[in-house]
Ligand binder design. Structure first.
Ligand SMILES: NC(=[NH2+])NCCC[C@H](N)C(=O)O
Length: 381
């Protein structure tokens, strides 16, 4: 079908589901540590635990245990089956080949990670796919794995746009968000020691699709630093006349899909009442569901050397297949009951290791076709 996705609730017809193949390690370096700053305080304090013995310079690999990767793959394949049973066409990226090593650009080298959290590096606005400029170096070429899928949407008449790619030297990153967190007495060490490069050219445009909340003709974009602000400027100019872009100031460090999600017009799933108070007035008028606080027994126990990349709120990251049916993590029956009480049909799917791989059901998917989805004005009274 033709690319058509303006919101996160209209009946889902086609989706891209990420691939976990060959996700063997995370690379710790400046862009990774900056990106996961809010979620990895303990690993930062005990940072040497995650440094591969013999690692040099500012890069180190944090390996992922084979068992977790196998279980993740099992869960992702099950997600594909569940979606197919719900009559959703599931597209998959090219899997990362085990022999693919590092990528090199003029300014940096980085390990490659597979296209798992496909929500992050692309966004669909109506009949247009936009590839967003990544915030983490090892994700620089992640949308390459989506070429066949995007090429097919292009062939069918969709628009396909790539935002400007950053050079990504250390000086490209605005560190003010993490510096401010340190000022506020956080336990986290500030990230420091950026290295000079002949390619330094100031702060650059970097933003992820998952920073956006799409509501028909309106889009709310989370902006926490100068890199995001440039990305949001680009989106605003590019979408002018078609969409209204609104800025959310530091609602989260970057991605907002474990902070606020729209379940249907007039109804939001919101992390906490505190987050609700920080939403703009147009959204404060909407009804809100607050999920039950996550419990320890919702998550597997991990060892000290397993790098946990998300907050405990990650399971708010649900995927709507229609305005009344929602895919949730089977590990969160309390969330299921809360949604059922509000009239939703809940489809539980197993997703055990979302905290190790940085994403829930919404992050692992990119909804490309939603039936009847349109650039409607959902904000008017
Ligand atoms: N699209 C995504 N990858 N979203 C994941 C957001 C996770 C968020 N930083 C949290 O820890 O709760």
């Amino acid at each position: 079908m033709l690319l058509n996705s303006y919101d996160s609730w209209s009946p889902l017809r086609e989706v891209v589901l990420g691939s976990a193949d060959n996700y063997t390690s995370h690379e710790r370096e400046l862009s990774f540590d900056l990106f996961f700053h809010d979620e990895t305080p303990y690993s930062r304090i005990y940072y040497p635990r995650h440094v591969t013995p013999g690692a040099t310079g500012h890069r180190a690999r944090s390996p992922i245990k084979q068992q977790y990767l196998e279980e993740l793959r099992e869960d992702v394949e099950e997600m594909a089956e569940v979606l197919t049973r719900l009559s959703v066409t599931v597209h998959r990226p090219l899997p990362l080949d085990a022999t693919t090593g590092e990528v090199r650009t003029p300014a940096f080298s980085a390990a490659v990670v597979p296209p798992l959290n496909v929500r992050d590096n692309s966004i669909v606005f109506g009949d247009e796919i936009i590839e967003t400029p990544p915030l983490v170096r090892s994700r620089y070429f992640e949308t390459q794995f989506l070429k066949p899928v995007y090429a097919e949407y292009f062939r069918r008449g969709g628009r396909w746009t790539v935002m400007p790619r950053p050079l990504m030297t250390d000086a490209s990153f605005d560190l003010s968000y993490v510096a401010d967190a340190a000022d506020h007495g956080s336990l986290m060490e500030p990230i420091s020691d950026p290295q000079p490069s002949p390619y330094d050219s100031g702060f650059e445009m970097m933003i992820d699709g998952a920073q956006c909340l799409r509501l028909g003709r309106d889009v709310f974009v989370n902006v926490s630093n100068a890199n995001h602000a440039l990305g949001c400027d680009w989106l605003e100019r590019h979408l002018r006349g078609r969409f209204r872009v609104h800025r959310l100031h530091r609602l989260a460090d970057s991605h907002i899909d474990s902070t606020v999600l729209a379940l249907r017009p007039g109804l939001l799933l919101v992390r906490t009442p505190d987050v609700a108070e920080r939403l703009p007035k147009e959204l404060q008028r909407w009804d809100m569901i607050f999920p039950p606080e996550p419990e320890d027994n919702n998550f597997p126990d991990y060892d000290d050397d397993d790098l946990v990349l998300t907050s405990r709120y990650i399971d708010l990251n649900v995927l709507s297949v229609s305005p009344d049916t929602v895919l949730i993590n089977a590990a969160c029956p309390e969330l299921g009951r809360t949604l059922e009480k509000r009239g939703f049909t809940v489809v539980p799917v197993r997703h055990r290791h979302r905290r190790l791989f940085g994403g829930g059901l919404h992050c692992f998917t990119l909804d490309t076709v939603r039936e009847g989805s349109a650039p409607e004005d959902y904000l008017e009274d």
